[in-house]
Design a protein. Sequence first.
Length: 395
Amino acid sequence: MARAHRFRSGVPGRRAVVIGAGSFGTAVAVLLARAGLRTTLHARGAERVGELSARRENQAYLPGVELPGQLRIERAGSPLGRADLVLLGVPSQGLDEVISGLPAAGLGAGAALVSLAKGLVPPDGVAPTAVLSQRFGAHRVACIGGPAHAEEMVQAGAALVAASADEELAQALAGVFNRAGVVCEISNDPTGVELAGAAKNVAALASGATVAQGLNAAGAAAGHIFAEVWRLAALQGGRPESFIGLAGTGDLVATALAPRSRNRRAGELLAQGVPAEQIPLHIGQAVEALRSVPLLASALARAEVPAPVTAGLSGLISGELPLDEWVALVRTTAPPPARWRRGAGPFRRLAARWRARRAPSRPAHEPRAAATAVEEHGQLAIRDRRRARRAPGQP
């Protein structure tokens, strides 16, 4: 079947446009240029474009990193021309407006679209790739996740995840980042990867808001958030691997340990009594998690997923829940029990295989037992063949 996107890794002359000259958007543009793509970075305002072009450095968001000479800088809204790859590096609350303007900017019918945001699109708290897929088709949409501190990424590397429903697109993206010196895993679970990224930002904020009350409370806050968002992801088809792996726990550890983590620092400022609307002024940049928490809380409520800790964190941000009540909520909340699912464990599968091998040696007077074993063996064989045909990375 023909693919609607024309982006292919390793093809000379591929063109990429990165919309958004924040820290991560700038870092990604640098990597794409290093990988050999003809890359353009779109920045907001003529003054900003002139500064980046003259200094060849993004002093506001990525100081100390030289912009490659082949990296072009243009004003946001400039024509996309013949771009094969368009990467959206804007905060998620402004993503819908940018997406709406893509056709007018000349987005080609074969251009692949990649979300770099780790948040949710208002007003309904939808994952960015869901919005993009609805408008342009899932086969040409992808996202990037994983621990990717911008400055370290361009200087020492990172561990990214390229996720798309289209395996060819995920592999092409991974190939570009690999050529730039960055390890990149592929996934066919963009929903899980995006919700894991949103969860890690919110969990980092929650732990920052709680850590002064104790490390156990901070750990519980992050754990509750992750579990609540995972239940939402599962309802939308997300897989646990995305939360356990690089896009989830790996990214959470990087965010929690980063000396200049905006989300953790925002939580600390909340705990100190700084109003949420003033926190970006203290930090100097937008804080994705402050906007994601209310959206997540609403999405969880609509999906009827029990999420007392996320709802409580939303109340803390809005000023409706005092800090001591927030901490008490974290310390006393007991999540739903984790239970083994019958028939899902590896030991039960091994036992079934063993019974199937012994089926031919059963006495003739046990036809029912033999038939049961043969049926189990056939089911296991069918399952194995199905798994062999599945795309890499699918359980």
